[in-house]
Write a protein that binds this ligand. Structure first.
Ligand SMILES: Cc1ncc(COP(=O)(O)O)c(C=O)c1O
Length: 392
């Protein structure tokens, strides 16, 4: 007799959203197979190579036999490099031992953080639209997301005063992301000061995701949340080497800020992983120590790309959200068509791949996210192609 094992997902698997990126890739592949050129402006994975010095350090150390052990909580010298970078960039003092914690990419830290601080039924304030990993982490912890809408009339910043009192009473954590994904809104000193006051008044911890902190196109460098008086009393910032230093595949990032939160996260992480490959940590130190030079190059490239897409969108009659930073352009297209349908039509008709805004939350309906991760000629080509769209 043959007994079949019934294999089915746990109920928690329903937390994970359907993988639209796989469907976009399949549609783009079909288009390419038909002989057409595809302009992929979907994934936010940096296309620039990591700096030579960074790659050399990684290559050199990877060849050494003594580099392959567990690294547990990370190298103290990595924490020192983070601390020095914060002092140089943002005039923020961080104790490398107690106020910095390495993570295996920021996704890892973001998804696990609510588990460390939230009980079942606690609320976490997040935004709509938002980077999807926040909601995954909140739900895995059994907490409940409360989505604050991001709207043009508020410069795409969440309005904290609109959160109802009964929600605030049950809220543990507030997650912010400035410059943001998918909406490239920028942080201001006044806004972060308001966040600190709000957090203190309502006893809420703050997690600021600064993944795009080095992407800015004017002189206005996005400020660190930790540079605001009192921020360290209420929260932490997570930053990643994925975007600023093109090390997305190397998986290295860090939390910085409130020592109690860092201690609790360290305890959680000591049960989850054994640390990042040492040569990657050493290469990341080289990146952080040369941050100004490396990120300057990145900004020059991305500001040109940003200009091309913003001007192109104006030509097309699309409403692109004005922005001084970030890796994306967030745009409202002028057709009365669902954004998922629109995106698949754009791939099918003209080979341009964008991300439908609604995958980041209901407020994203009618918008698309355009990633600036292609060379200028490709971005110009994509705009020309979009002019040929024929939407009924
Ligand atoms: C806002 C934001 N935070 C975090 C991440 C995760 O980056 P990583 O895990 O590579 O550090 C991303 C990636 O796209 C992102 O857009």
């Amino acid at each position: 007799m043959c007994i079949r094992l019934e294999i089915k997902p746990s109920s928690k698997m329903s937390i994970f959203s359907p993988a639209i990126f796989g469907d976009l890739k399949a549609a783009a592949y079909n288009k390419q197979e038909s002989g057409a050129t595809v302009y992929d402006l979907s994934l936010g994975s940096p296309d620039l190579p990591p700096d030579d010095k960074v790659r050399q350090r990684l290559a050199e150390l990877s060849g050494q036999a003594n580099m392959y052990g567990y690294t547990l909580g990370g190298l103290p010298s990595f924490n020192e490099a983070v601390s020095n970078y914060y002092r140089r960039r943002s005039q923020v003092d961080l104790d490398p031992q107690t106020e910095v914690l390495q993570t295996m990419g920021s996704q890892e830290g973001l998804v696990h953080l609510p588990l460390a601080f939230c009980n079942e039924g606690d609320y976490v304030l997040t935004t709509n639209p938002a980077y999807v990993a926040y909601e995954t982490g909140i739900k895995l912890a059994g907490a409940i997301p409360y989505e604050m809408p991001l709207r043009a009339e508020n410069d795409f910043l969440p309005v904290l005063a609109d959160v109802p009192a009964d929600i605030l009473e049950r809220t543990k954590l507030l997650i912010l992301n400035l410059p943001g994904n998918p909406v490239p809104a920028m942080p201001t000193m006044e806004y972060f000061q308001e966040v600190v006051r709000f957090a203190k008044k309502h006893h809420i911890m703050v997690l600021h995701d600064a993944a795009y902190s080095e992407y800015y196109f004017t002189g206005d460098r996005p400020i660190s949340f930790l540079s605001v008086d009192g921020a360290k009393d209420v929260g932490i910032e997570i930053n990643s080497l994925s975007k600023s230093f093109s090390l997305a595949g190397a998986r290295i990032a860090y939390f910085a800020g409130n020592a109690k939160m860092i201690k609790i996260m360290r305890e959680l992480k000591s049960n989850l992983d054994y640390g990042t490959f040492q040569p990657i940590q050493e290469a990341a130190i080289v990146a952080l120590n040369n941050a100004e030079e490396i990120t300057d190059r990145l900004r020059k490239t991305f500001s040109k790309r940003h200009k091309i897409i913003m001007e192109g969108m104006a030509d097309l009659g699309w409403q692109a959200t004005p922005s001084k930073g970030g890796m994306f352009v967030w745009a409202k297209y002028p057709y009365d068509l669902d954004d998922v349908d629109f995106v698949f039509q754009a791939i099918e008709q003209v080979g341009v791949v964008m991300v439908p805004g609604s995958i980041f939350g209901s407020e994203g309906a009618g918008f698309v996210r355009v990633a600036l991760v292609q060379e200028e000629a490709i971005l110009e080509g994509a705009i020309e192609q979009l002019k040929r769209l024929d939407i009924k």
